[in-house]
Design a protein. Structure first.
Length: 188
């Protein structure tokens, strides 16, 4: 399994930074990231096919597959747990080709996404499902920037501080899910 590192990562992140990350590394992400789920991914893809522009600069950026619950009074955002990533797989290679540096979600990715990650030096992070309330505490600011009509699936710009994630698939295609299938993922 090797030695796993604990790393601080500021987003947007250059490819050199993403290339240093290894499957199994623990990362604390700070900076600006964007949320988008399947409806937003579909709309972004349709916009690009029509020759339009994306609603945010995607180069060196990370998308968090998130549809938060409404914020309670005094909160920036509601529960912020990850969405199952396979729902975005058909749209992801096109966004990676445009410069997307990473994604945060949960669950496996398709072979096509993994190949595109290797080609584009991108990383897939997992956030802990079921820990949405805890993850929301790392979000310091949230604002809808596009597709407001999609409700919770609107694209949001998030300012995050020390958002805890694990590198599940690194830029070389090493897949923590695959290596865990024959071993215990978190040995003592």
């Amino acid at each position: 399994m090797g030695v796993h590192m604990e790393r601080q990562l500021t987003i947007p992140a250059k490819r050199e930074e993403m290339k240093k990350l290894r499957a199994g590394d623990y990362c604390y992400i700070s900076g600006v990231i964007y949320t988008a789920r399947d409806a937003a991914h579909q709309r972004m893809t349709e916009t690009l096919k029509k020759g339009g522009e994306l609603p945010f600069e995607i180069k060196d950026q990370v998308i968090y597959y998130l549809g938060p619950t409404p914020a309670r009074e005094g909160q920036v955002i509601g529960s912020a747990g990850p969405t199952t990533s396979t729902r975005m797989d058909k749209y992801t290679p096109g966004l990676l080709d445009r410069g997307l540096a990473g994604m945060i979600g949960k669950g496996r990715r398709s072979p096509e996404v993994i190949e595109s990650m290797k080609k584009n030096t991108a990383v897939y992070f997992a956030a802990v499902g079921g820990a949405g309330a805890l993850l929301s505490k790392c979000i310091k600011k949230a604002e809808v920037i596009a597709y407001d009509d999609l409700g919770t699936e609107a694209i949001r710009r998030l300012e995050v501080e020390n958002l805890p994630v694990i590198v599940v698939i690194d830029s070389e295609g090493t897949d923590q899910y695959e290596s865990a299938s024959s071993k215990v993922l978190y040995s003592q």
